[in-house]
Design a protein around this ligand. Structure first.
Ligand code: FES
Length: 239
């Protein structure tokens, strides 16, 4: 659904990371889905849903190019042309199972909303959040409010030093949900957790399955990240 959302707030939450809250007229929004957002650039920008509260949707994004620089300049009251929610999210029906959420950097946001929804269903979770350095950490307290949370930094300036894969080795869980950079996804997809779901973040064109801009290799050919995903079972894609 295409609509004009209203920006409610837009603020930095960590080094290079912004949090934007918008009000939208969408119905139910599943964790792991995304909105395709129009910026000053030709192509829309996919932004995953970091949280939903009533009709308020939160996005967390990294300022890395002209499109996100434009987004960072938006102020409360501005209108934002959004298409969504789009895609297929994480399967929440995990009753009786323990879920480990593994996020890297700006791949972490969708895991927050997902964790809230799992908690609402009484499902036990543990989160491992990987950042480059202390200054790039966001939402740590929010994650801790929902259960055990392990933070890693590559440079060791906070939490455990190294990558998310270190603590993951000692975690016992039935299901893994993950989102982050491709090398991280590759590693967690090969982990010991029996059931593994990964969310892929690709460049996109149309966002609705019509242009092939977002295709990703799969054992049987290819999949479209925007409409077949962005969440896949690890075996469904070739990283
Ligand atoms: Fe066009 Fe996925 S972005 S098919």
């Amino acid at each position: 659904m295409r609509q004009m959302a209203t920006v409610l707030s837009n603020r930095p939450v960590a080094k290079g990371a912004m949090e934007m809250k918008v009000s939208v007229g969408a119905g139910e929004i599943a964790p792991g889905t995304f909105f395709h957002v129009k910026t000053s650039q030709l192509l829309r920008r996919p932004l995953s849903v970091a949280n939903v509260d009533g009709n308020v949707v939160t996005f967390l994004y990294k300022v890395i190019g002209a499109g996100t620089t434009d987004l960072a300049a938006r102020k409360a009251g501005d209108k934002l042309d959004v298409l969504g929610p789009l895609g297929n999210g994480f399967p929440l029906d995990q009753t009786g199972k323990r879920v480990v959420l593994v996020g890297g950097g700006i791949g972490i946001p969708p895991l927050y909303y997902t964790r809230r929804m799992l908690a609402a269903r009484g499902i036990e979770t543990v989160a491992i959040l990987g950042f480059d350095t202390k200054e790039s950490i966001f939402y740590e307290d929010a994650f801790r409010e929902l259960g055990e949370t392990i933070v890693t930094t590559v440079d060791g300036s906070y939490g455990e030093q190294g990558f998310v894969t270190g603590p993951l080795e000692r975690i016992q869980a039935d299901v893994l949900f993950s989102c982050g950079p491709e090398p991280m996804l590759k590693a967690v997809a090969a982990s010991h957790i029996p059931e593994r779901y990964i969310s892929i973040e690709n460049r996109m064109g149309c966002g609705i399955g019509a242009c092939f801009a977002c295709v990703c290799q799969a054992p049987g050919g290819y999949v479209k990240v925007c409409s077949d995903g962005p969440v896949f079972q690890a075996e469904e894609v070739t990283l």
